[in-house]
Design a protein around this ligand. Structure first.
Ligand SMILES: *Cc1c(COP(=O)(O)O)cnc(C)c1O
Length: 415
């Protein structure tokens, strides 16, 4: 009741403010308007500025984990990066300090209305011991877009990369130096305004934490068995499926647990009456097949607003197009297409794609109570991944670890 009254009062106050502002605007002489515009212009909110960074590294260095013992997202490095923002003032001083708890009031909007978005990216050590990032500009662009989708502030993307590079230098010993191992980075933005009013947050915080990780498949690929899910949807037209906002993820866990209970590792998310294929768990979905026209084609759903624009997805499309050996298409396809192609033996491989695993081979899809077997490697019955899946995985690893040059700007050296 109290919260409701507060919300009601907030709406009323906001309406009253708008009405007054509108009247004032009508009555205000143009000279005063000009003055106000001028003073607003002089008080430009501060940009995110990496040159202001303050670094107070942790003095309690934690013991490193053995590479072979790493569990995804369980161990964190010694330090973290924090930058705070306030409406009107802009971005504050970026700070690197000891990894630890953050202090927030229970009224902070992140806890009530899911003002949260995040990124997932990795830092790698190459054979010369240099630190590398993979297409960080793509992550920063998506991070800024996700933030603005939930009315959180945008930021200077290059500057945040520079701050992250500083964190990597401070926490360099946490970057494993074995191929397949890396330091997973989790840039996160939250709304921190202390208010139950439903509106844009006037305060925000970016934090970046780092976690050493091993290969997603430590003992070689393990192809997954999917449940094509029709009872629940992950994303819908006009929703937030194309933004990496926290609100997209919690609702997908129950369907995932239900799938697990029936013996499936992941949900294959569908959409619409015609059961369009959208994503696999939290990965983009690819199918390599011979299409209805008899052409070999790598196909993935187009970015129609419901698909998360994956960096791995884009990298796979770019590489496959460069190879020029088969058709590469972004378009809708349905479970009807998959089932028909499966029956006619036209599917060669299917896989999920994302930063954590790069590629994740699919061996089976249960659709409408029927198992559709998806081929792995026809030349090796023991193999858990198809030849194209393996080739894409290696091509991307080679670039990430600086063993192959790759397209300009993909592998970024941290100096
Ligand atoms: C993060 C994510 C992906 C993969 O994106 P990458 O940039 O390749 O890691 C795909 N789908 C969903 C829903 C995601 O959250």
């Amino acid at each position: 009741m109290f919260a409701r009254r507060t919300l009601h009062q907030a709406v009323k106050a906001n309406n009253a403010f708008r009405a007054t502002a509108a009247v004032q605007k009508q009555l205000m002489p143009s000279r005063i308007i000009a003055q106000r515009l001028y003073s607003a212009a002089t008080a430009t909110p501060a940009p995110l500025d990496a040159s202001k960074i303050q670094i107070n590294p942790s003095k309690n260095l934690k013991p490193l984990q053995e590479n072979s013992k790493l569990v995804f997202g369980k161990t964190f490095s010694d330090n973290m990066l924090i930058v705070e923002w306030e409406a009107g003032k802009g971005w504050g001083t970026p700070q690197i300090s000891e990894y630890g708890k953050i202090h927030l009031e229970p009224s902070a909007v992140v806890f009530h209305y899911s003002f949260e978005c995040f990124e997932g990216m990795k830092a790698y050590k190459d054979k010369q011991g240099r630190i590398r990032l993979f297409r960080p500009d793509m992550n920063m662009k998506r991070f800024s877009r996700s933030a603005q989708r939930i009315a959180l502030p945008g930021f200077e993307q290059e500057e945040l990369i520079k701050c992250i590079e500083q964190l990597l230098k401070v926490d360099e010993r946490w970057i494993p130096n074995e191929r397949g191992y890396s330091l997973y980075l989790r840039p996160t933005m939250i709304g921190t305004q202390e208010s139950l009013g439903v509106g844009a947050s006037n305060k925000a915080m970016i934090f970046v934490i780092a976690s050493p990780v091993g290969p997603y498949f430590p003992t070689g690929f393990a192809a997954v068995n999917l449940l094509a899910t029709t009872e629940r949807v992950r994303a819908w037209p006009g929703g937030t499926g194309d933004a990496k906002v926290g609100g997209n993820y919690a609702p997908c866990i129950k369907p995932q647990l239900d799938a697990n209970k029936q013996g499936f590792q992941q949900n294959l998310w569908l959409f619409g009456e015609d059961h369009q294929v959208t994503e696999v768990g939290t990965m983009n979905c690819f199918m390599f097949w011979t299409n209805e026209q008899g052409e070999k084609e790598l196909v993935t759903p187009e970015l129609d607003g419901q698909i998360l624009p994956g960096v791995t997805r884009d990298s796979i499309l770019t590489l496959a197009r460069q190879w020029g050996e088969f058709k590469v298409t972004e378009r809708r396809f349905t479970m009807h297409d998959v089932a028909k192609a499966s029956k006619e033996g036209r599917i060669h491989e299917m896989f999920g794609a994302g930063t954590a695993c790069i590629v994740c081979p699919i061996k089976n899809i249960n659709y409408d109570g029927q198992d559709l077997k998806i081929p792995l490697d026809p030349s090796d019955t023991t193999s858990q991944a198809g030849p194209l899946t393996k080739r894409l995985n290696n091509a991307i690893l080679d670039i990430q670890y600086g063993e192959v040059e790759g397209p300009a700007g993909w592998s970024v050296l941290v100096k």
